[in-house]
Design a protein around this ligand. Structure first.
Ligand code: F6R
Length: 369
């Protein structure tokens, strides 16, 4: 069942290229047009929505943050992201023109179910991005966009995360096509790039040994920090969550721009900090800003573990370790940059002799509020 791997989590990390490929399968035609037959919400409704709210918990909520950067850029529709349990117990502004996107691997997370019910009562349409066929969330939503990650057994989510991000890209590109994006070439080009992602994910998974060696050396660390900007920010949050839940090490993810607003006070000599570096070919000054963040923490003695694109030599003077990922458009990068962080957390937990598939105090699906 574990496909020759010691743990389900390792197997599921290796399943990721397939999970992304299967989630794309049959949803893009030969002309590069998206086909989402499962989209039971009428096109007229999808054209008229004026806001998207993503609701989810834990790892699935970070998917929402990645979706926000992508969908707002491609579609110019405002996207909010909220933890389902927070959404449910305030008085959120939703209407018939709001599309609520509920993201869940299990489809049974009670916090998310309650938020969906609340949203539908206010007249919002709910689209579920779910991995489990026939689950409660799939049944209670107006439409379902299934992730085809296959069953996920390890408590810590890996392949479902990549499949959920892929589904959100499909949703964003679908909306962009449907609503007439100003840059149809960019949308076509992005779809083409998306089709190349399974191979790129595989290249990062195949480079696992470098990450595992470093992780084993770090098993006595007490705190690990993660920094990212733009879509690298939710990746930093996910890297920290993985490390907490699997290795029981205190970990925190920050938006790199926040450093000087407080967290930089945490940096002392030897403090390990992962930094997710955006593509140097990407937009704006994003890359340069992150390089200067690495410089700032390195100058204060941080040990910098940098995730950077192949060929990005700018990081080298300031990195103690560089984990390479293939060249990828900025918005699609989370599919590759998160992989070393998953491998790191699993390897560190293994080095500590912990149960990687069943971390203490956690359940695979959280069916109580
Ligand atoms: C972390 C993890 C959890 C889940 C969260 C939502 O590795 O697995 O944070 O992402 O409990 O679960 P689903 O996606 O089943 O709604």
């Amino acid at each position: 069942v574990k496909g020759g791997f010691a743990t389900f989590m390792e197997k599921e990390i290796h399943d990721q290229p397939q999970a992304v490929a299967d989630t794309l399968l049959g949803r893009v035609d030969a002309e590069g047009q998206l086909m989402l037959d499962e989209m039971r919400i009428p096109e007229s409704v999808m054209r008229s929505i004026d806001k998207i709210v993503v609701i989810a918990c834990g790892t699935a909520s970070y998917v929402g943050h990645v979706a926000k950067y992508a969908i707002e850029h491609w579609c110019r529709i405002p996207v909010e992201v909220e933890l389902a349990h927070e959404f449910r117990y305030r008085d959120p502004v939703v209407s018939e023109k709001t599309l609520v996107v509920a993201v869940s691997q299990s489809g049974e997370t009670m916090d998310t179910i309650m938020a969906i019910r609340h949203a539908r009562e206010q007249g919002a349409k709910v689209l579920a991005i779910v991995n489990t066929h026939g689950s409660t969330i799939a049944r209670e939503s107006d439409a379902v966009l299934y992730t085809h990650a296959g069953p996920e057994v390890a408590v810590a989510s890996t392949k479902a995360f990549l499949a959920q991000i892929t589904a959100c890209y499909l949703l964003g590109l679908y909306l962009a096509q449907l609503r007439g994006n100003k840059f149809p070439d960019e949308i076509r080009e992005t779809l083409e790039q998306l089709r190349q992602m399974p191979d790129k994910v595989k290249r990062v998974v195949d480079a696992e040994e470098q990450v595992q060696t470093i992780a084993a050396e770090m098993k006595d660390e007490r705190t690990v920090l993660f920094l990212g900007r733009h879509v690298g920010f939710p990746v930093a949050l996910e890297g920290a969550l993985k490390l907490k839940e699997l290795a029981y090490i205190h970990a925190e993810g920050f938006a790199a721009g926040e450093l000087k607003h407080g967290p930089i006070a945490l940096i002392e000599p030897g403090q390990p900090v992962f930094v997710i570096v955006p593509s140097p070919r990407g937009r704006d000054a994003l890359h340069a800003k992150v390089i200067s963040n690495i410089q700032e923490i390195r100058a204060r003695g941080a040990r910098t573990l940098v995730i950077a694109e192949d060929g990005d030599t700018d990081v080298e003077p300031f990195a103690d370790v560089v984990f390479r990922v293939p060249r990828t458009p900025t918005l699609l990068a989370p599919l590759v940059t998160v992989v070393p962080l998953q491998i790191f957390a699993a390897a560190l937990a293994t080095a500590k002799g912990l149960d990687v598939d069943q971390p203490r105090n956690l359940a695979k699906s959280v069916t109580v509020e």
